[in-house]
Unconditional design. Structure first.
Length: 112
């Protein structure tokens, strides 16, 4: 286990959880995502949703856990705090999977 990082479920599981959560990626899926992230506005397009997501600092694993538990996810005030949390918990979403997964790419932050 080295360097204090916790072992987590395989990254394949988080990818499957995201696919199950997000669905087909239609406008309603994007709007649900924004609602689950705590936005009060109902955005009228995927582009507006995508723009709103740029300001969000949330760990994708933690987000999915929060949705499963029916609560709002923890939002980090800064990207640096999100990065610290992500590395300390080992809950990293695989970048190689993000490109074709809609809003994951907008939520994903560079960790270095």
């Amino acid at each position: 286990m080295g360097r204090g990082k916790k072992r987590n479920r395989p990254t394949k599981e988080v990818v499957e959880r995201w696919k199950h959560y997000f669905g087909e990626g239609n406008l309603e899926d994007w709007q649900r995502l924004c609602k689950d992230l705590g936005f009060d506005d109902v955005f009228s397009s995927k582009t507006k949703c995508r723009e709103a997501l740029k300001s969000i600092n949330v760990n994708i694993w933690d987000f999915l856990d929060a949705v499963d538990e029916g609560r709002l996810p923890h939002m980090f005030p800064t990207k640096q705090e999100l990065v610290r949390h992500t590395w300390s918990t080992g809950r990293v979403f695989p970048k190689s999977e993000a490109k074709n997964m809609g809003p994951v790419a907008a939520l994903l932050k560079m960790l270095r």
